[in-house]
Design a protein around this ligand. Sequence first.
Ligand code: NAG
Ligand code: NAG
Ligand code: NAG
Ligand code: NAG
Length: 328
Amino acid sequence: MFENTSRLGRLAFYGGGIFSFCVALNAIQLVTSPLFKINKEKARNLNASLAGSVWLLIQDVFEKKHKGKITYSGDDLPEKENAIVIVNHRSWDDFILVNSVAFRKRTVKSLKYFAKDSLKFLPGFGWGMYLMGQIFVKRNWTSDKKKIDKAFNGIKKDKEPVWIITYLEGTRFTREKLIQSHAFAKERNLPIFNNVLIPRVKGFNASVNAFRNSHVKYVYDFTLAYNHKEKGFGELPSIATILSSDISNYQFHIHIRRIPIESIPENEEEVYQWAIKMFHDKDKLLEDLKQNWTKNIDVISEEKMEWKGLLFELKKLFSRNKDVKYLE
Ligand SMILES: *[C@@H]1O[C@H](CO)[C@@H](O)[C@H](O)[C@H]1NC(C)=O
Ligand SMILES: *[C@@H]1O[C@H](CO)[C@@H](O)[C@H](O)[C@H]1NC(C)=O
Ligand SMILES: *[C@@H]1O[C@H](CO)[C@@H](O)[C@H](O)[C@H]1NC(C)=O
Ligand SMILES: *[C@@H]1O[C@H](CO)[C@@H](O)[C@H](O)[C@H]1NC(C)=O
């Protein structure tokens, strides 16, 4: 009983705190919106710092207060590099894992998520995402394409620093979706995956082709994996659990690959094959993680990827030094 009360208390404290913070930021964003007309770069930078501080609160609760331990393997990314980031989609937790890399590589202010259109109406968080200029999509290519083109053209024109996060599977991985995906794969003569869905490639094709010969020169491939020390592979905490409880019995792993956009084929059919191959590799890696967790993988040393803490990150977010200038 006491345990439950304290969990509820913590949930109310962190959830409520973050929510109020978001609403306060929404107000600041609105009040400062005239600045957008005067100095676009400053306004965007302020926006990004404010948005980043919301991500930061959530991140610090996850990594420090509630002891969520994330490990990393694969390519060591440079700081402040622009990229299209491809992620396998499991749950809401995914964004916390993606953000964990963004904080360590100083790209939090560049994060651009594709969010579900309906989120726009969610007070606090959703409004914040709207004001941050996240890209809202309806998962309907005909109606989304225009919006995405417009967003991308703006980014290219201003050489805006970006990390564009795309979930190529288009939806979260679930048992039912996997069965549907298998049927689809059989129909099209595609490989059968067990840990990811067949990627949809329209959005990816559009992103990669839109950013060819631009300031965005890399695709990052992130494979996210979840485990629970007793309950096993694929088990992950809900957002409510993350905000309310110690999560040190969960394990989180991210495998990172860095791929030059130049090396990705331009032709539509080849891009598709390329994406299928990428998901094939993800599936294999996840299978290994499922059986052996990170035993067979070279994990990047902890010191290199340690969480530097709330104050350090806050200072970074609002510092006015060259941090604002991003690599091309
Ligand atoms: C930043 O905030 C202003 C309002 O202050 C808003 O109009 C603008 O769309 C926001 N997004 C970006 C990416 O600058
Ligand atoms: C997708 O959007 C187009 C254009 O807005 C519309 O005509 C079509 O009915 C939509 N399709 C679905 C499945 O909602
Ligand atoms: C893929 O991108 C090319 C170049 O932008 C475009 O011509 C083609 O229509 C796209 N294919 C799909 C399926 O979106
Ligand atoms: C798990 O580890 C064992 C022993 O190291 C190895 O034989 C097996 O192939 C691994 N599983 C996968 C899917 O790689």
